[in-house]
Design a protein around this ligand. Sequence first.
Ligand SMILES: Cc1ncc(COP(=O)(O)O)c(C=O)c1O
Length: 308
Amino acid sequence: MPITPTKKIWMDGELVDWADANIHILNPTLHYGWGVFEGVRAYATERGPAVFRLTEHIQRLFRSAHIYLMEPDWSVEQIVEATKETVRVNDVESCYIRPLFYLGYGEMGLNPLPSKTKAAIAVWPWGAYLGDEATQHGVRAAVSSWQRIGNNTIPPTGKATGQYLNSSLAKVTALKAGYDEAIMLTPDGNIAEGSGENIFVVYGRKLITPPLVDGALAGLTRDSVMVIARDEGYEVVEASLNRTDLYLADEAFFTGTAAEMVPLVEVDDRRVGRGVPGPVSRQLLGLFQQALVGKLDRYKEWNEYVHD
Ligand SMILES: Cc1ncc(COP(=O)(O)O)c(C=O)c1O
């Protein structure tokens, strides 16, 4: 999806003009993929832009940094504040937010430890990641022949730049075959997640999502939907799923900051349920959308406003 430039990008404490936010071609993160990032969104609300679960996203960024032995000069609180500042100076009401820790220029080779950890935060208006129609009509996905990375290859618990080669291989294969998204399995055949989204199935009043041990990222959208669903009286469990569990579900959907909540209406050319977004998905989507824009008091701690 194309990027719409905004005015300023935060780089280690400086607000740099969009066009000047560049790094050297010999930057080691570019060569070896040793960097960590987050994907966050701010939504337009009656009180101005509110970043959804910002502090928890930044805490996850620091957990990813810890896995990769990166030591930023900044604290969680400072990156949270810098993110709000970047949203404010760019005058955007709603936007996607990309905080990134990367390695500084000067060293090259497979040992990242001598390189300094650098930080950047960019924001730009970004539409629905799986397309404008996706939320309303649902998407078609295929189980990928590319296996999900694992704890002893590249840990899926972190959000490292290089690990997205795995996701992109699956995504590209799915797109070339005419699907909207890929579903990735563990080497044992358990469902892990989509290429950039968590996954849920619905059986009656029960929601099931793969456990983190099956290679799913601890998604904040996943967590939000689990909380909302439990509050609505659904049973929500984390349990291993296989591909036929998807084929036979009443409903299924993806969750993620970029995609938000998207019904899955077909998997491997099999209809899921009736082949259209089902009532449980639609109900939870409606509540989730209200929570995003601060309309549900019950979840107001999820909305972190950029203006006091
Ligand atoms: C691989 C992967 N799974 C799941 C998610 C969804 O996580 P979240 O809801 O926190 O955006 C993401 C997005 O960050 C992701 O990259």
